[in-house]
Ligand binder design. Structure first.
Ligand SMILES: Nc1ncnc2c1ncn2[C@@H]1O[C@H](COP(=O)(O)OP(=O)(O)OP(=O)(O)O)[C@@H](O)[C@H]1O
Ligand SMILES: [Mg+2]
Length: 333
């Protein structure tokens, strides 16, 4: 069997949260467990959505996959190779193959560069300097990103473009090296609703080509339902539910997933907000030391939830949920 494009296993990332000098010298070491044991697979041709409320660790997980953060435990394998022990030449290939698309295209585009330079820069960095080739590849990436005719955009500057056009330039820059993994962190949340669908359709087309896998990070279940084949729901650093998007949306099984879906009335016509306060009561930023991390907010909690952290249980072909409401057969016997 061939290796998955991306395999994340029991990944943990933590940040030190000591602040003042005195606490740094004498205080006990304290950590934010931003990613706290995450595992999933992503294949070429697939879009996996990663959803969850602010601060649950979505960006930390994405940046760690791209090697911006070092995990304290666990493994990220790209095409079967551990990304934290890459040899120098493999590291270069990895940097070509994995690209990030940010929420804010202003952050990823240098305002002093023309569109051509913004898009061609990754080629220069990777030693591709032939004028003809760089121009052709930039034009082709702009075309694939829906900027038509691409030649009209080459000499313009980012400030001369609309927000949607800028994000398309950022996407052209991300695909110019023909990556096989795209990590898109809230790529449409700053865009007008009218241009969102166009950008989302681009992602669908990229995935349909079968060459690219996309990790699509968002707290917007509407856009996730629109483009993602599977969705992973994160809560305080852990995936609490993962499965095919349609199945998770129609049959949300973790109480947190249910609350998330109930808080978006338009996602299933006719479904009202059952317990809108559940998500609004308070936002947690630390997991309890023992038991399920959703225990303080869960309407269905039982004694066990304060003792053991639930392991993921398979409840459908590709559908898993980490909640004590669901038991494996061996647990039940
Ligand atoms: N560089 C950092 N140093 C210290 N703590 C950090 C750092 N980056 C993130 N954190 C903390 O890690 C946790 C997860 O943050 P992260 O940015 O991954 O969340 P997120 O799910 O992407 O949120 P949002 O939806 O708001 O973008 C938060 O508690 C955050 O404060
Ligand atoms: Mg984020």
């Amino acid at each position: 069997m061939s290796e998955p494009l991306l395999a994340v296993d029991s990944l943990k990332v933590r940040f030190s949260s000591r602040t003042g000098i005195l606490s740094q010298l004498f205080g006990e070491e304290r950590y934010v467990r931003a990613v706290d044991g995450v595992s999933f697979r992503l294949e070429r041709g697939e879009i996996l959505g990663l959803a969850g409320e602010s601060g649950c660790g979505k960006s930390t997980l994405s940046f760690t996959i791209l090697r911006h953060y070092q995990p304290c435990e666990g493994r990220v394998a790209f095409d079967g190779i551990d990304v934290f022990s890459l040899a120098k030449k493999d590291l270069k290939a990895f940097r070509k193959s994995v690209q990030l698309i940010f929420q804010d295209p202003y952050q990823s585009l240098n305002p002093r560069f023309t569109v051509f330079r913004c898009v061609a820069e990754p080629l220069f960095i990777h030693g591709i300097r032939d004028q003809r080739e760089t121009r052709d590849r930039a034009v082709s990436a702009l075309r694939s990103s829906g900027l038509l005719p691409p030649e009209d955009f080459l000499r313009r500057y980012p400030h001369e473009l609309s927000g949607g056009q800028r994000q398309r330039v950022a996407i052209a820059r991300a695909i110019v090296l023909n990556p096989s993994l795209l990590v898109a962190d809230e790529p449409v949340s700053m865009l007008d609703v009218s241009v969102r669908a166009g950008i989302l359709n681009l992602f669908r087309e990229f995935a349909k080509s079968g060459r690219v896998g996309i990790l699509y990070v968002s707290h917007d279940l509407g856009t996730i339902r629109y483009i993602c084949d599977r969705v992973a729901i994160m809560y305080l650093g852990r995936i609490v539910e993962i499965g095919p998007t349609a199945e998770v949306m129609q049959n949300p099984s973790h109480p947190y997933t249910r609350a998330l879906i109930d808080s978006v009335p338009e996602i299933e016509p006719g479904v009202g907000r059952k317990d809108p306060e559940l998500l609004e009561k308070f936002i947690e930023d630390t997991a309890p030391l023992h038991g399920c991390r959703f225990q303080r907010r869960c309407p269905l909690r039982k004694d066990e939830c304060f003792v053991h952290e639930p392991d993921p249980v398979r409840i459908g072909r590709e559908h898993e949920v980490a909640c004590h409401l669901y038991r494996t057969r061996s647990d039940a016997s």
